[in-house]
Design a protein around this ligand. Sequence first.
Ligand code: SAM
Length: 321
Amino acid sequence: MVEEKIPSSVLRHIPVLADFLLEKVCFPPNAILVDATVGYGGHSLLLGARLGPEGMIIGLDVDPQCIETARSRLEGLPCRIILERENFDQLKDVLVQQKIDTVDFILADLGFCSGQIEDPRRGLSFQQPMPLDMRLDDRLEKTAADWIHRTDEKKLADLLYQYGEERASRRIARFIAEQRRHRPIQTTTELASLVCRALRQPDHRPGRKIHPATRTFQALRIAVNDELGCLERLLKAAPDLLRPDGRIAVISFHSLEDRIVKHDFKRNQAAGIYELVTPRPITANADERKANPRSRSARLRIAQRKTDGTSARSARNDRGR
Ligand SMILES: C[S@@+](CC[C@H](N)C(=O)[O-])C[C@H]1O[C@@H](n2cnc3c(N)ncnc32)[C@H](O)[C@@H]1O
């Protein structure tokens, strides 16, 4: 019933790798789950259906619109729902405020929702002219336009190389620096055309798999939102926030994120803190790829906090677990 009020952009966002996630994660009806990137509540809706009135979902998102959408979508669940507009790198503080020491499950489905990329105010897409913003959290000070206009050419090139794995980073940075000397670059389509000119590639080429500006846009989005730093801080906090046997699942959408998750899980495995539930990343099968193109680049890794993990605190939460 609630779904009838939800805009179509929300319903178009299909939670990625949900079947596999549900298969690999089991918890009692009174579990405490953290959805660190609640988005439109797609994963939470599925996970929450397994909880009873004693269970709880704590959902975080930096985007207040996502929080509101998730609130109306999740209101019919039987469990307690706590939704906060908060960066997931602050998860520990959120749990402290709720007087919770440890949780049963942490999910982070990284990146952005379909509706966010279509939202013209966010400037995440070069399919239509949008202001160069790219902030998922509009409390952040610097927009993509600020990064483009205030970063010196060499640093900009390094950023495009490091976060976009863009081999032509120096050439693109040179074109940007040259352009901004004459006139500011104001829209996503202007930037995309500039990148195409730098790469000597046309904007539209039928059958091309990725647009030439994709890597530049990824790099800027990562820088604007400090995506890798936030992920590292969440992963660092996680072992102390999971109860023994609790699990953490991360769905990433590019190799930089996946590499960070892989190394973190392996480091914690070597330290006797985690067991790897997925020794290799799980990817979408052909059916899911067809039904949901976003799932094509998704990689899911799950780790389980060991019962006798040595370095993390052996804390229990106040619910007697
Ligand atoms: C892929 S979507 C999540 C979709 C959700 N799993 C669903 O099924 O509806 C990722 C969400 O994470 C949010 N996000 C990105 N970085 C974040 C961060 N550091 N802290 C909290 N939320 C973040 C985005 O605003 C976006 O809503």
